[in-house]
Design a binder for this molecule. Structure first.
Ligand code: CU
Length: 310
């Protein structure tokens, strides 16, 4: 499948328990987009309080103290030392410099590499809310694989578990409501709105189907925002949910289906597109990549995924 290739350009590093100075951190891992030829997906360290990044050399030789912003679902903004294995990476860095870096964590240790000095930030730059992409170690899902249970929060602020959709054809797409590109997120929302309309009105359509739109900007797309967005697309709450959740869960599901998103250096979210169909038995049936697919194709997959009409 096309996304396998793309997935191969990700570097996934397993993360276990203890990380920094006796702190117990959640099990998760960080991925960076090495090989993309872009720094955008790496991990800028930001100072939230002043919107200026800085670091300062610590007395310990092989570490660097960095003031970084919150890493959602992982750790709050703090100033902490990061071990550096290759001290050459520290050459030329001065206190106060802004840096991007990659963080690697195993069960027993953590360190950073690929440290790069960033240009001084311009004023009025939108702060990036999610500088690090932290994901659990997940395997890509292939057609026929069962969709693991994921927990999100819907447009009413209600808990939503993907397992609850068993018995239904389930289509899942990913977007963020502020996305300005008409052929990206708004197109996905349009396709889902049209699919909903077709499935509600076409003769002999199954009734066991659900549409799930997941925002990958949870900091902004709170339930009220999602509800307003859903209403703009005339969603039917009986068949359609707009959800968000912990970034680590969203990222895990996204990466399982080849969807990637990251904050670029200007603070904007960059992303690709994936829409998946899960059949009534809870198995992945179809992955639509990009935006070159039609609502009719989605509807046909949904009808097939719903199983024999009951
Ligand atoms: Cu978008």
């Amino acid at each position: 499948m096309a996304w396998n290739k793309e997935y191969g350009s990700l570097v996934l590093i397993f993360i276990g328990g203890g990380f920094a100075r006796g702190k117990r951190l959640r099990s998760c891992s960080e991925s960076s987009f090495a090989g993309r030829g872009s720094d955008a997906a790496e991990c800028p360290a930001k100072d939230l309080s002043s919107q200026r990044n800085r670091n300062r050399r610590q007395t310990r030789e092989k570490s660097i103290e960095i003031k970084h912003e919150e890493i959602p679902g992982y750790m709050p903004a703090m100033t902490m030392p990061f071990d550096v294995r290759d001290t050459n990476e520290l050459a030329g860095l001065q206190p106060g410099d802004s840096v991007s870096f990659r963080m690697l964590v195993t069960d027993t240790e953590g360190w950073i590499d690929q440290i790069r000095k960033l240009a001084a930030p311009a004023t009025n730059v939108i702060p990036t809310n999610s500088p690090l992409r932290l994901v659990r170690e997940v395997d890509p899902l292939s057609v026929g694989d069962p969709l693991p249970d994921y927990h999100f929060t819907n447009q009413f602020g209600q808990a939503l578990s993907t397992a609850r959709f068993k018995g239904n054809a389930l289509a899942i797409t990913f977007l963020f409501t502020r996305c300005p590109f008409p052929n990206f997120c708004p197109l996905m929302a349009n396709h889902f709105a049209e699919a909903q309309q077709k499935l509600l009105t076409m003769p002999n359509a199954p009734t066991n189907w659900q549409l799930l739109t997941i925002s990958f900007e949870p900091d902004f797309d709170k339930p009220a925002i999602l509800k307003a967005y859903a209403e703009r697309y005339k969603y039917d709450p009986a068949h359609s949910n707009f959800a968000t959740g912990a970034l680590i869960d969203i990222t895990a599901l996204a990466e399982q289906v080849g969807l990637t998103f990251w904050h670029d250096e200007t603070g904007n979210i960059s992303h690709n597109l994936r829409t998946v169909v899960v059949d009534a038995s809870g198995r992945l049936r179809k992955v639509f990549s990009g935006n070159q697919w039609s609502t009719s194709e989605l509807v046909q997959e949904m009808v097939n995924a719903a199983g024999p009409v009951h």
